[in-house]
Design a protein around this ligand. Structure first.
Ligand code: G4P
Length: 539
């Protein structure tokens, strides 16, 4: 595993320049509602690309020990994946950069940030459940950002809905036209294999013990498929023809424009259909194409180095209490040790501590190309949204902040830790663990923490106690919605019943209201007061 990870993460030196290296990269995230099988699929992809030798190695599922991604104690205790992981591995001639996202809906803010760093997404759907709330929210973020989506219908080995019904649901509910590349042979719960709609072949899968190893697959020509799969094959062919008649065939332009979505059927737990997904990612998903700066100008892959910090993660290794900033490369090559410029401050930034990260495994990273993710250790100066560049200045657009729905006053439990308290709260704000709001009325000793999901608070409390040496208590505040308000309306809003204005660390003034209903009433009664939503991510 370590060897594989090290080789996977430190790519051999380039043979034919930046454009060729960029063209090999596929940088994507898997988005799904919790429990659809994201961790299982991530494992299966790594297994099929031979980056790991046995499923269970990345997330420690099925009673196996966590080895790669479950670094936080809370994660272990709850058995969920809170923090995002980056997995890089070679597959055929390509290099896969899989940006893992938190499984729990309360950490959706983290997931949104990861989506600022990908070129495409895989939308994973549970065959029995279809589109679920978190899938819908994440789909909206992808749509908003113009991220092309490959859809995967998972858990086909278990009883579920009819394939045509699922296609119809995606089409009608989110306006994304599925163009199936494979079609299941056998209904959900009776999965023999798939019809490869591009070749017409039957791909038959065979189960392996516990799904821990790659499932053998056989490619059977259409002429022999009926003999192999019986009427299930005939049904699959009929349904596939129906799809073609309906225009549901793959179209590259529509896929890249976000109008249609190539679709596949899998059983991640049995490793069925995973090879096909890898091939589709390599064959169809877009390669990095440079970046677009805050003014909308494009910076091609071949331009001098530039990268965008999309996430800062601390406390990954309790022995070292370190802090890693993850930066996605948009242009140029990265060489460890080079001095870059931090666009926000204009200060030099030394990259001696660049690391590749494969789950929890670390290796020294010497070179990176567009599409790759660099882990920069102990980069106290970096925060999400920062740009790093060499030679030609560039500033990428900031990461949008998402509308918090939970608010609580933080107080240090030990008055002698006053300094640590201030520093700790500042650090949590910088990393984007929570948003931090203040007002003169509440004072500096009682900042208000704001979160999209309440579990962010648990992380904040845990980090303050264990890592930042300033334990805190939280007192929940009775607010549920926040809107941006301008300076001249602050006093007026503060005089209202069940509303209050606080200023976020970045200077944005947020008016908090007790309920959405209260907010609506306020808007109706005070049309002159300008209130703006934080971000359209929720759609
Ligand atoms: P998530 O990261 O999206 O939250 O989902 P995760 O992979 O943890 O999968 C959630 C549950 O669904 C797990 O079961 C997992 O084994 C199961 N699962 C994932 N893919 C498939 C599939 O293709 N077929 C079937 N039948 N099950 C699948 P669990 O009971 O929660 O955990 P475990 O006991 O299997 O570890």
């Amino acid at each position: 595993m370590t060897d594989n990870a090290a080789t996977a993460a430190t790519e051999p030196a380039p043979t034919s320049g930046i454009a060729a290296q960029a063209a090999r990269r596929r940088t994507f995230a898997v988005i799904s509602h919790p429990d659809a099988g994201k961790s299982t699929l991530t494992e299966a992809l790594a297994l099929h690309a031979r980056a790991i030798t046995e499923a269970g190695a990345v997330h420690g599922k099925a009673g196996r020990r966590a080895t790669v991604s479950d670094w936080m104690e809370m994660e272990k205790a709850r058995g969920i994946s809170i923090t995002s992981t980056v997995l890089q591995f070679p597959y055929r001639d390509a290099v896969i950069n899989l940006l893992d996202t938190p499984g729990h809906a309360d950490f959706s803010e983290d997931t949104y940030r990861v989506l600022t760093a990908v070129d495409s997404a895989v939308m994973l759907i549970d065959a029995a459940k279809g589109l679920e709330p978190q899938t819908l929210k994440l789909f909206q973020v992808c749509k908003h950002r113009g991220i092309p989506i490959i859809t995967v219908i998972n858990k086909w080995d278990r009883p579920g809905r009819h394939a045509l019904e699922l296609i119809d649901e995606i089409n009608t509910r989110i306006g994304l036209r599925p163009t199936p590349l494979t079609w299941p042979v056998g209904i959900a719960g009776d999965f023999h294999g798939v019809l490869d709609r591009r070749t017409g072949d039957f791909i038959r899968f065979t189960r392996t013990a516990g799904g821990a190893t790659i499932a053998p697959e056989e490619h059977i020509a259409a002429a022999d498929a009926h003999a192999a799969a019986g009427v299930d094959w005939d049904t699959a062919v009929e349904e596939s023809e129906l799809l073609s008649a309906d225009g549901a065939d793959y179209d590259r332009e529509d896929y890249l424009a976000g109008r249609s979505s190539p679709l596949l059927f899998t059983s991640a737990a049995l490793n069925f259909g995973v090879n096909q997904l890898l091939d589709v990612l390599v064959g169809l998903a877009p390669a990095p194409s440079g970046g677009r700066d805050a003014d909308g100008n494009s910076r091609p892959c071949e331009a001098p180095f530039s990268a965008f910090v999309f996430k800062v993660q601390a406390g990954m290794d309790s022995a070292h209490r370190d802090r890693i900033a993850y930066a996605r490369v948009y242009s140029g090559t990265f060489e460890r040790g080079e001095v870059l410029t931090h666009a926000g401050t204009g200060k030099p930034f030394v990259t001696k501590y660049a690391q590749s990260v494969f789950g929890q495994q670390r290796g020294t990273l010497d070179t990176a190309w567009p599409g790759d993710v660099i882990g920069l250790a102990n980069a106290a100066a970096l925060r999400p949204g920062d740009t790093l560049y060499r030679d030609e200045p560039v500033q990428y657009p900031p990461i949008p902040s998402f509308s918090p729905e939970h608010f609580a006053v933080a107080r240090g439990t030990d008055p002698s830790k006053h300094k640590q308290f201030r520093r700790g709260i500042e650090q949590l704000a910088q990393e984007g663990v929570v948003q931090v709001l203040r007002s003169d009325r509440r004072g500096d000793q009682a900042p208000v923490l704001a979160a999209v999901g309440p579990m962010q608070f648990e992380v904040a409390v845990h980090r303050m106690a264990t890592e930042l040496s300033a334990p805190i208590t939280l007192e929940a505040l009775p607010y549920q919605v926040a809107r941006v308000v301008s300076a001249e309306d602050v006093d007026f809003v503060n005089q209202q019943f069940s509303a209050e204005v606080l200023t976020r660390t970045d200077g944005v003034r947020l008016a908090l209201f007790s309920t959405p209903w209260r907010l609506q009433t306020f808007i109706r009664e005070n049309p002159a007061v300008q209130l703006e939503s934080l971000v359209a991510a929720e759609g």
